[in-house]
Design a protein around this ligand. Structure first.
Ligand SMILES: Nc1nc2c(ncn2[C@@H]2O[C@H](COP(=O)(O)OP(=O)(O)OP(=O)(O)O)[C@@H](O)[C@H]2O)c(=O)[nH]1
Ligand SMILES: [Mg+2]
Length: 308
């Protein structure tokens, strides 16, 4: 059976596979033309500067005769790509005492609320007591959307009316999480980049308020990025990072894009570990980010029997 991750990365894999199977067809010699073509292929999957850097390393290895023929290239690629994902992985920081507070940030439509529901589902499945906090009081409908998820998951949600102060929601939610002995509190937030300065202040205020009830919180601040925006997601992330002390990335909508290579750019340019990836719209479609499984999934291709 194909894994959910493998299926979720289909578009990125297919984009790469078309080029890679052409390159690695039998009889293809490792030469300058090959190297240029490889760089182009990597570029199409949004590996961007990472693709170029890895090809530079390959050129160097080729010149030093460490890598001598095309057969050795896939293993070389795998190794170098993996090296760039060091530190990534689906492990959340533990809290020394309950509750663990996870704040989720990101621009409008990135996939925050859906990712919160998926993460809550994962944690519930692990036997943890999870609570949600509806901190996006800005967008009409945001509180209702999160409430629907809480009902489906049968977990408590702390909310106020739309338009309320998000910091007040954060205060109520953390107080309730402490009082009820919850394991994990996940706080939704509003994302609106056009008022960057207010957003920064709002996020800082949320953090201050969380600490009134949970002094060592928030334990994680996860930034949700929309993978379909590729390199754009990276720019967004840079802006957002200025506003919040982001501890990890959830890359949503990986199933909807061939730009899965953006993972490398995020890691390289931020550098914040990618902790989870979204691979579909269903509640179970959130995968802990496993660098090896990821690299293997995107580099999987059929070797064409070429002419010899
Ligand atoms: N295919 C796919 N769709 C996703 C994924 N994650 C989220 N979506 C969809 O993306 C859309 C936006 O998701 P939301 O979770 O509402 O995004 P948000 O960041 O909370 O948006 P705002 O509250 O408006 O700021 C929804 O239609 C989701 O179903 C994913 O991993 N794969
Ligand atoms: Mg939302």
């Amino acid at each position: 059976m194909l894994s959910k991750l493998f299926r979720g990365l289909r578009k990125t894999r297919e984009k790469l596979a078309a080029g890679l199977s052409r390159l690695f067809s039998k009889g293809r010699k490792l030469d300058d033309e090959f190297l240029d073509e490889l760089e182009e292929v990597l570029y199409t999957a949004d590996l961007g500067p990472t693709g170029s850097a890895v090809v530079e390393e390959l050129k160097d290895a080729y010149r030093r005769r460490v890598v001598q023929d095309a057969d050795q290239v896939p293993a070389f690629l795998r190794d170098r790509l993996l090296a760039r994902l060091e530190g990534c992985g689906g492990v959340l920081r533990e809290a020394e005492r309950k509750p663990r507070v996870i704040v989720v940030v990101g621009v409008n439509g990135a996939g925050k609320t859906t990712s919160i529901a998926k993460l809550a589902h994962r944690l519930v499945q692990q036997g943890r007591k999870v609570m949600l906090g509806a901190g996006d009081t800005f967008r009409a409908g945001a509180v209702a959307q999160l409430t629907t998820w809480a009902e489906r998951l049968q977990i408590p949600i702390i909310k106020q009316d739309p338009g309320a102060d998000p910091a007040a929601v954060a205060f109520d939610a953390t107080a309730a999480a402490v009082a009820r002995g919850v394991d994990d509190l996940i706080l939704d937030t509003a994302g609106r980049l056009h008022t960057q300065k207010n957003l920064m202040e709002e996020l800082r205020k949320i953090v201050r308020v969380v600490r009134k009830n949970v002094p060592d919180g928030p334990h994680e601040t996860l930034m949700v990025l929309d993978a379909t925006t590729g390199q754009n997601a990276i720019r967004q992330a840079t802006e957002f990072r200025a506003a919040a002390d982001v501890t990890g990335v959830i890359l949503a909508k990986m199933d909807g894009t061939a730009k899965g290579g953006a993972v490398f750019g995020i890691r390289e340019q931020l550098p914040i570990p990618v902790k989870f990836i979204g691979v579909g719209e269903a509640i179970a479609d959130l995968e802990p980010f496993d660098p090896e499984a990821f690299v293997d999934a995107i580099l999987s291709f059929e070797q064409r029997a070429g002419t010899e």
